[in-house]
Design a protein around this ligand. Sequence first.
Ligand SMILES: [Zn+2]
Ligand SMILES: [Zn+2]
Length: 180
Amino acid sequence: LGKKLIVKVSEIPEEGLFFEIRRERETLKWGREEISFDGPIRGWITIKLMGEKLMVEGEVQAVLLLTCSRCLEEFPYEIKTAFKDEYLPLRILEEEEDEVRLSKAQLEISFYQDEIDIEDFYMEKLYLALPMKPLCDPECKGLCPICGVNMNYTLCKCASQIKDPRWEPLALLKEKLLKH
Ligand SMILES: [Zn+2]
Ligand SMILES: [Zn+2]
């Protein structure tokens, strides 16, 4: 299953192509990290040419094992994403280069080359659906900054010993009042 799924645009039939996605677990590169999958990646993709425009539509879903940014515990995160994209041949961009006719709007269009890597395509969709700051739970209490325990499971006494900056103005006021 390690082989790449490459489609030559010139060989796409008029009725388009349909692919079922089902890949066993592997890893997804995320910056310097490698994220593991918990179970297979599933979904489907259709590719169709409408004149020169390439239409790519589909759905992909997977469960990834992410690390919570607060408590650093690993947790399963489900991604289910649907997409419908249009691409223009890269050639168009090359032809127009000399004339510098490309408006900003045009630069937001994606382009395709002679070949498309189906796997790269849906892996990128999963990548784009990853949360910037993963949380095992929106209410995750995180790690104690003093002793390092996971505050979701253990209650330590550190909190009562540190000065809460939110109370500082009140403490200053108290000090002032006591001086008089
Ligand atoms: Zn957490
Ligand atoms: Zn603590």
